[in-house]
Every structure is written in structure tokens, then in C-alpha cells.
Design a protein around this ligand. Sequence first.
Ligand SMILES: Nc1ncnc2c1ncn2[C@@H]1O[C@H](COP(=O)(O)OP(=O)(O)OP(=O)(O)O)[C@@H](O)[C@H]1O
Length: 337
Amino acid sequence: MGLGRPLLEINALHTAFRMQDRYFDAVDDVSFSLEKNEILAIVGESGCGKSTLATTIVGLHNKANTRISGEIIYQNLNLIDLNETLYNRIRGNDIGMIFQDPFSALNPLMTVGDQIEEVLLYHSKMTKEERGLRVRELLLQVKVEDPEGTATRYPHELTREVLQRVGIAVAIACDPPIIIADEPTTSLDATVQAQILDLLSELREATGAGIILITHDLGVVAEVADRVAVMYAGQIVETAGVVDLFTDPKHPYTRSLLRSMPQANGPFESASRELYVIQGDVPSLQQLPKQGCRFAGRIPWIPFSAHEESPKMHEISKGHFVRCTCHESFRFEGESE
Ligand SMILES: Nc1ncnc2c1ncn2[C@@H]1O[C@H](COP(=O)(O)OP(=O)(O)OP(=O)(O)O)[C@@H](O)[C@H]1O
């Protein structure tokens, strides 16, 4: 890595899916960087492009029907230029991915111990004995009870909680400097959610990895993130440090998401009030407006003149960026100026 360069740098990334011979951008001009030892949360409603962004970074798209452009710079390489063989070396070794549904991410026909060992077999020169020891060490690290017994089990014999811990062990087997966790706690109950988030924080402490945490849940963000990128309709609309984002949110979308948070008195808010409902839906890829602020249709009481024609990211304070100028005059319906 070049001196002073972030761990991962994403510049003007576009991921477009082909539908009936036309390409539609699910990730549209996304730029951000990830530093060592930080947890960057990417937050947004379902359909905003978060998973597409994650799977683009780990190179999981089929080039036959997906068009990717821009830069994903890791160790002076643009990952989007890599062929499958080279990407396979990076995936698992340099970038570990934790999926939302551990059951479908694991092979039902292999014991979980063998699945963790498979990653080591592919990426390391460890002997069989060393791999066995490492599997045990990893299962201990992710706090699975009875690591030896668990290693011999098949996925269907384990609970979701244990499976997600195994999924994390697979992702961190080779000590990757980058971990991408896509909704890692969504399918788990609240107590386990908190434990898995603690585990991610501990991993970051122990390894100094940079973690991209994808979630629709601002409670999760408040719990563990250092920095946040808010994504809407394929674009990042606001990035800020976590305290800044919760105490001084700017973009109307961020403010609306915060207002619709189930527990309004989370760590950064004191007053509770009625939950807010954001009008309408995230537009489908075919319905994305070609020009103007993509959130305009969901805040129709704000005049079009308040939006930029081609919204750009503006740095409004150090490290706090907002897309479009509409935040300057935005207020909720019925809210006094
Ligand atoms: N393979 C695909 N082909 C066509 N469109 C797709 C494909 N995958 C995703 N999309 C579309 O891309 C947009 C972004 O989807 P994506 O799954 O990345 O969003 P998300 O924010 O991760 O939502 P969720 O949390 O529901 O997964 C959506 O409009 C979705 O319908």
C-alpha cells in the first residue's frame, strides 16, 4: 500500500445490471475510502444498492450481465481490472465477507470445520495439523461453545446464531485486512445481535481490520460504527463521523431515516416522539430520475428550485459531506422554520 493511502479507496464506482438489453445503475458514482482499524457503516433502506456495492467490492458479479466501471483501489491495484484467478486470491485472503444468511452462505454437504479449513487450504501453506489447530482457534475466537464438537457438525445441525459465528470464522480465517459484513445481524434475535456486534468490534480491536458494515438499521450503526455513509437510490447522499451524523444530520433522507428509527431515544437522542413514515418507496432502477435530486419525489413539499440539477457532494464541515443543496432549506411537513 502506498504511504498514507487508505486501506481501500473507491472512486466513481458504477455497477449496472442488464435488463432487456439496457443497463441500469444499481450503484451510481459511489466514492468513499476505508481506513485500517475503522468500522464504516453503509446504511439505507432496502433496494438502495448496499448489497450490490458489497458484492461488487468482492467481485461476485457475472460480467455477462453486469457492467462495472470506476476504481476499487487496494494495494495499488484496481480490483475491477482483475481476472477471476487473481480475484480468487484476494477474496478470502485480503477481503473476508460475512453474509446476512449464514445458512445459505455455507455448504450443506460439508461439516463447518471442513468449510473453515477449506479457506486455509486454498490460501495458506499450513499443514493439515496446523489447519486443524487454526479451525479450533477461530471457533474459540468467534465464541462458539465446544469448538471441537461444533467443527464436526453440518450446517443443518446448528442454530442460526452458531452458523453466523461460523460464517464469521470463515471470513476471518486468513486474517483479512478488510472485512465486509452485509446485514450480519438481521436474521438474529436482539441479544444475539448485540453479541455479534460486540464480536465485530473485538475483531477490529484484535486485528486492526477495516470493516464495512452494511445495514438498514441505524441502531446497529450507533452501536459500532466510526463513520457512516448513507446510501439512497444507488448513491451516497451523506457521509460523516457517527456522532456528527446522529447529532447533526443534514440530508433530508438521513433526517427522515433518523426520524423513522424505532427507538428515538438511542445513544444520540434524548427526546422520544412519534415514528415518522417516509412517503413513497425507493424508486426501482428503471424509474430512477436521470437528473436532479433522487430524493425529491419523496419530499414533494420542498420546491424543485431547492434541489441541484446535478447534485454533488459538498463538504459542509471537516469530514462531513452532503449531496445536493436541498438540505439547506429542508424541513419536515408542519415543522416551523
Ligand atoms: N441481479 C440483479 N439484476 C437486476 N437488478 C438487481 C439485481 N440485484 C439487485 N438489483 C436491483 O438493484 C437495486 C439495489 O439492490 P440491492 O440488493 O443492492 O439493495 P440493498 O440496499 O442491498 O437492499 P436489500 O437490503 O433489500 O438487499 C434494487 O433496485 C434491486 O432490485
